[in-house]
Design a protein around this ligand. Structure first.
Ligand code: ADP
Length: 185
């Protein structure tokens, strides 16, 4: 039985930065569905070609595609010791798909990154100057934040009912936030 820790929070909250650090430290797999999708796009796979426009617009890729991709990833060898999920689940349907495999993968905690919208927009625009990400534009950010509030934020309640939620203040120094999160593992 492998343990999963879910990083949940709006775009720009720093989930990816923290997941990269903590996964190394704790010898866990870091699964970023955003990174996986971007890899598909750059490799020109069938999934990538389907996802590209949605990614650029800041919209979600259909559940069925992301769920299949995620489950396949979870079954690879480096997830045996557990994994941090960064960017999944993003919808109730995705969360339910994880609930269905709870005999194999148990969610041990859901860390919710709290940050205000102004800070998020500022961070993503700043990141966009160097990231080369085609979705780090003002137009796409506004869609991504709306999608987060509409589709993803309801997951906080889903996991609160299971007593799994820990809130972290995601505003501040990367190292300080890292220390807060690290204490939860
Ligand atoms: P951010 O959280 O900064 O928006 P991500 O790298 O996590 O960035 O995701 C980028 C894009 O990839 C999303 O806007 C969406 O189009 C797609 N994506 C990532 N994860 C999922 C998911 N679980 N379900 C659907 N689409 C996803």
């Amino acid at each position: 039985m492998s343990n999963l820790v879910i990083f949940l929070g709006p775009p720009g909250a720093g989930k990816g930065t923290q997941a990269a650090k903590i996964s190394k430290e704790k010898n866990l797999a870091h699964i970023s569905t955003g990174d996986m999708l971007r890899e598909h796009v750059s490799n020109g796979t069938e999934l990538g070609n389907m996802a590209k426009t949605l990614l650029d617009q800041g919209k979600l890729v259909p559940d069925s595609l992301v769920i299949e991709m995620l489950i396949e990833r979870l079954n690879s060898d480096d997830c045996k010791n557990g994994a941090i999920l960064d960017g999944f689940p993003r919808t109730i349907a995705q969360a339910e798909s994880l609930d269905e495999i709870s005999n194999q993968f148990k969610i041990s905690k859901v860390i919710v990154f709290d940050a205000n919208h102004e800070e998020l927009v500022r961070r993503i625009l700043y990141r966009g100057e160097t990231s080369g990400r085609s979705d780090d534009t003002e137009e796409s950010i506004s869609v991504r934040l709306k999608v987060y509030e509409l589709d993803t934020a309801p997951l906080i309640d889903h996991y609160k009912q299971k007593n799994l939620v820990v809130n972290i203040n995601a505003i501040g120094e990367v190292d300080n936030i890292y220390n807060l999160i690290s204490g939860e593992f």
